[in-house]
Write a protein that binds this ligand. Structure first.
Ligand code: MG
Length: 212
């Protein structure tokens, strides 16, 4: 695995960002050891409330249902990872440093809940974007959902031998999981204005077991 940093100079040095195949970036060095399975979460609209090209770390709000799911996964000795399209980079809506700062806030908030991630992957591509490396002129990326690349990469990095469950809020999450041969559950967006989130999270809990 390449560990040099090809990303722009403004990229925060506080993170050990690994350059991975398909232009995917990782904020977490791959965990050592083996896991009985893995819970892979989409980020925006799943792990955190969807901020629509969120680039401000102050806008990060954890989705409580995701936290409950992570605790259930941990109780089963599963790895927990994030696979996130961050096409805002390809669209030039925000830069790498903004994406990293938001991710930093996610990790900080999770840490406050006693939860850590084993892997976090981000794809910067957007097929309509103007970014010279990650926009429309870039070759099609297998790393951007609904392509399966990020899920496959996460599984390889985690050396998962057991079951894998992908949880996301969009059909592209489910499609990416299907293409990777992985089970998926689609959850509805939850936010402060919505008291009902569909039964997606209930199905996630049922799948993972009750021992949170
Ligand atoms: Mg999402």
């Amino acid at each position: 695995m390449c560990v040099s940093n090809p990303f722009p100079a403004e990229f925060p040095p506080t993170w050990q960002w690994h350059a991975l195949p398909m232009g995917v970036a990782s904020a977490v060095a791959p965990a050592q050891g083996t896991f009985d399975g893995a819970l892979l979460l989409d980020r925006d609209g799943t792990l955190i409330e969807d901020g629509h090209f969120l680039a401000d770390p102050a806008g990060v709000v954890l989705v409580p249902e995701a936290l409950a799911a992570i605790r259930r996964a941990r109780a089963r000795r599963w790895a927990v990872g994030v696979v996130s399209n961050q096409g805002g980079i390809g669209l030039q809506r925000f830069g790498w440093s903004d994406a990293a700062a938001v991710h930093d806030a996610v990790v900080r908030l999770l840490g406050g809940e006693g939860v850590a991630l084993d892997v976090a992957l981000m794809s910067p591509f957007h097929p309509e974007g103007g970014h010279p490396e990650f926009g429309r002129t870039a070759p099609p990326s297998r790393g951007r959902k609904p392509e399966p690349g990020m899920i496959e990469l996460a599984m390889r990095m985690l050396r998962v031998r057991g079951e894998v469950l992908l949880v996301g809020d969009k059909p592209s999450d489910v499609a990416a999981a299907a293409a990777a041969g992985v089970e998926a559950i689609q959850v509805s967006r939850c936010d402060a204005r919505s008291s009902r989130c569909g039964d997606g999270w209930e199905r996630v809990y049922k799948r993972l077991g009750d021992d949170a």
